[in-house]
Design a binder for this molecule. Sequence first.
Ligand code: SAH
Length: 271
Amino acid sequence: MNRASRPTRFPLGLDRVVVKAPEARATDPIRPQRPLQEAAADARRQALPTGVGLDSAGVRTRMVSRLRAEGVADEIVLSAIASVPRHAFVDTALVVQAYEDTSLPIGHGQTISKPSVVARMLSLLMASPYTRARGHLGRVLEIGTGCGYQAALLSHLGRHVVSIERLRPLHHKARELLEPFRRHNVRLVYGDGRVGHAPNAPYDSIIAAAGGDELPQSWLDQLAVGGRLVAPMEGSHGKGQVLMVVDRFESDWIRSVHEAVNFVPLKSGIA
Ligand code: SAH
């Protein structure tokens, strides 16, 4: 079902908007009162990113302020986060938590990552000297589409985004959830992201939302010279997962290891 046609139970004000619109019109002697559903549909349309929703935009702005206070300094990343309604990508029952800094279930044993971790990974990608010079992420490969939230953010930060998902129901769900946002620079692919996606390679930016024991060779091969990859990966000496950054130069791939993270596993094959 298209999310735009779902009953909105957004707890932080949209319900109030839905109810108030017809009341205001009821006092207008000239214009007839519109049906409640029509007003509700208007409110939902307003929640979409093009005409960003009243209160949902407010909570998003507050989330962005919190991220900034916690040290996220990349204003381009923050403005992408401010413009994509995270609540549109989670289940209706979880909408109340959509702007908390927490990962949330998206079905099929998978999760949408914490906003602070998403912001951190996108900031690491943006901080590459080549990306800074270019001003955007260029051609992007995302492994692990999940519900499509991060793909939506990437579409604001890159020129073209290819996002791969190995679970067919999630691939379809992401397509449905992204559809109202009309991000025409995003291509969703159903497949095993461990092999990357050769038809659109090389990529200036590669980001993985699932962590394996090692980085697949295909990702390193499909990274453009001057490109950067950010991925969770099992650290050495059983230290648990860490964020790994790889920069590709003419003949070298330089790795750097960052903080501990906790992502779902990178799996083989499709399902
Ligand atoms: N970026 C996502 C987070 C999804 S969680 C979002 O914003 O919602 C990680 C996703 O990686 C899961 O959906 C999981 O199915 C997927 N995944 C795990 N291994 C994969 C693989 N080999 N290829 C593609 N996707 C994979």
